[in-house]
Design a protein around this ligand. Structure first.
Ligand code: 5GP
Length: 302
């Protein structure tokens, strides 16, 4: 009989804690992949660069199944095509398997490429609770040279919000008149509730004066701006992770459970639209995200 090694109780407890952390981290990674918060190529890169990373310990089967629109049948066909055994983990792939997988990923999920050329009309959009408002507020404070558009809305002001500064608070009749008179560059009903729109005049004036204009609007509005002004630069703000997005949504605590669930569903749909955008900016840190957005218009960095 082989002599069993006696593992002290404390070591075993620490090891199982570590294993649990790993499992949680892998589950979070899979959520990031499913919700498109993280590109599959990024996860693979992490696995290759760091053999100790959570990404490296992710099974190839779990990795593939976490990708949008891949079920068990497709997963098996892909593994066969790429000559990868289903027991492999991302960190244990051979050079040839890595190359084949990368190539397949790039075909299936074309990497995001920035559009050449810059515009002084910047549109900042992104999923609910990603922090667009906070990034926009930071830009208003730190970069006064940028004209931040003030939207019109039919919702009531929240405490601390000032008419004409944060929004133009209007009633439905006034909003209808603005549309009828062609005074809105774009408008949309957000979260199936209130209407929001970008007054055209101040945007045109600021652009004519040579200033950069930033619109912080929802996805429907961003699409309308793209149609009306094809040269506009569309920036999509991404959360650092899906779990962080959920935290921000819950942490804000201003919505009830039903409303939160609805906003999360909206956020998932909105994340799926990121490919329509010219630039992706991750909002891990507000000041950094704000600087990156501003630099997109000034051209000082990519
Ligand atoms: P909140 O009511 O929390 O200030 O804003 C709700 C949502 O409305 C945010 O996603 C914000 O981006 C969007 N929004 C604000 N102003 C406009 C606008 O002028 N047009 C559109 N389409 N969406 C807007």
């Amino acid at each position: 009989m082989a002599e069993g090694r006696v593992v002290p109780e404390v070591d075993r407890a620490a090891a199982s804690r570590r294993a649990l952390q790993r499992r949680r981290a892998r589950a979070a990674l899979k959520r990031d992949l499913t919700t498109r918060v993280t590109a599959p190529q990024d996860v693979l890169r992490r696995a290759v660069e760091d053999a100790e990373s959570d990404a490296a310990t992710l099974r190839i089967t779990d990795f593939l199944m976490a990708l949008p629109a891949i079920g068990a049948g497709k997963r098996d066909r892909i593994l066969e095509e790429l000559h990868i055994s289903p027991v492999k983990r991302l960190g244990g792939l051979g050079v040839r398997q890595l190359a084949a997988l990368s190539e397949w990923l790039d075909r299936r999920f074309p990497p995001h490429t920035a559009r050449p050329g810059r515009s002084r009309l910047l549109v900042l959009a992104g999923p609910t609770a990603v922090g667009k408002g906070t990034v926009a507020a930071q830009i208003r404070e730190q970069y006064p040279e940028i004209h931040l558009s003030v939207s019109a809305t039919t919702r009531a002001p929240r405490p601390g919000e000032v008419d004409g500064v944060h929004y133009f608070f209007v009633d439905d009749a006034e909003f209808d008149r603005m549309i009828a008179d062609g005074r809105l560059l774009e408008h949309a009903t957000v979260h199936n509730k209130y209407r929001y729109g970008t007054p055209r005049g101040p945007v045109d004036d600021a652009l004519a004066a040579g200033r950069t204009v930033l619109l912080e609007i929802d996805l429907q509005g961003a699409r309308q701006v793209r149609a009306a002004e094809p040269s506009a630069s569309l920036v999509f703000l991404l959360p650092p992770s899906w779990d962080e997005l959920v935290n921000r949504l819950v942490g804000r605590g201003t919505e009830d459970a039903e409303e939160r669930a609805r906003r999360l569903r909206t956020a998932r749909t909105e994340l799926a639209a990121q490919n329509e955008f010219d630039y992706l900016v991750v909002n891990a840190d507000v000041a950094t995200a704000a600087r990156e957005v501003v630099e997109l218009s000034t051209g000082s960095s990519r």
